[in-house]
Design a protein around this ligand. Structure first.
Ligand code: NAP
Length: 246
């Protein structure tokens, strides 16, 4: 197993890509900390992991709240003594074209998708620096490199995630910490279920592989990047998108 006994924090792991990643990491031997806004969702994921004999705990944390994130890190250190992997997966959308976007839509998406990633990484990197090892993986998006109609806020946040990924790779490499991002294309999750059917069909047609992605496709990318197989990979943005932007 590629992640045997690694302690992995996965934010937004109550459903969608985060929940699939939690299952993948547990199947690779990791001890998983399932972080989510909703207590019942994180407990649901943890119950599934434990049913399969894995070690996992649920934590109800809002990644935008720094005191909650700092408390989370303290609790994990008390419970497990270390943090090997962080997956900054929690993310939201609040779409509107520029001329209609409210300040609240802008602030909400920037707070979760950008500041949340900063909060969790800063707290975890302090621990990883002491350990002289660690892996940070961020959820980017094809929208973070190409933009998307109606997603000013989301594009800004994901572009920022790409920038932070490269910056942290430069700053933290000397402490044995690798930092990478995964940029999914269109993946079938509760987030994309909100999109009109014809848009999803269009995306499917546009991709050379003629399909939408599954949460497991993304989970596989995270598992590879977290493992020692990726020991010489840092500062990269791994596209997992069926080739939709070629
Ligand atoms: P999802 O199904 O909507 O799940 C997101 C999870 O994040 C939910 O469990 C949500 O909790 C949690 N969350 C939201 N705000 C949070 C906060 N402040 N603190 C802690 N947890 C919070 O999304 P997904 O489709 O799996 O996407 C996961 C990540 O991949 C996101 O960063 C997204 O931007 C990125 N991504 C997705 C796609 C795609 O096609 N699906 C494409 C590119 C990138 P609640 O259930 O309580 O709201």
């Amino acid at each position: 197993m590629r992640l045997q006994d690694k302690v992995a924090i996965i934010t937004g792991a109550g459903r969608g890509i985060g929940a699939a990643t939690a299952k993948k990491f547990a199947s690779e031997g990791a001890k998983v900390v399932v972080v989510d806004l909703k207590e019942e969702d994180s407990h649901q994921t943890v119950a599934e992991l434990k049913e399969n004999g894995s070690e996992a705990i649920a934590k109800c944390v809002n990644v935008t709240k720094r005191p909650q994130v700092e408390q989370l890190m303290d609790e994990i250190i008390k419970e497990f003594g270390r943090v090997d992997v962080v997956i900054n997966n929690a993310g939201i959308t609040a779409d509107s074209q520029l001329l209609k976007m409210s300040e609240e839509q802008w602030d909400d998406v920037i707070n979760v998708n950008l500041k949340g990633v900063f909060n969790v990484t800063q707290a975890a990197a302090k621990v990883m620096k002491e350990q002289k090892s660690g892996v940070i993986l961020n959820a980017s998006s094809i929208v973070g490199s190409y933009g998307n109609f109606g997603q000013t806020n989301y594009a800004a946040a994901k572009w920022g995630v790409n920038g932070m990924t490269k910056t942290w790779a430069k700053e933290l490499g000397k402490y044995g910490i690798r930092v990478n991002a995964v940029a999914p294309g269109f993946i079938l999750t509760p987030m994309t279920e909100k999109m009109p059917e014809h848009v999803l069909d269009m995306m499917k047609d546009k991709a050379p592989l003629q399909d939408l992605g599954t949460p497991e496709d993304i989970a596989n990318g995270y598992a590879f990047l977290a493992s020692d197989e990726a020991r010489f990979i840092t500062g990269t943005i791994l596209s997992i998108d069926g080739g939709v932007v070629i």
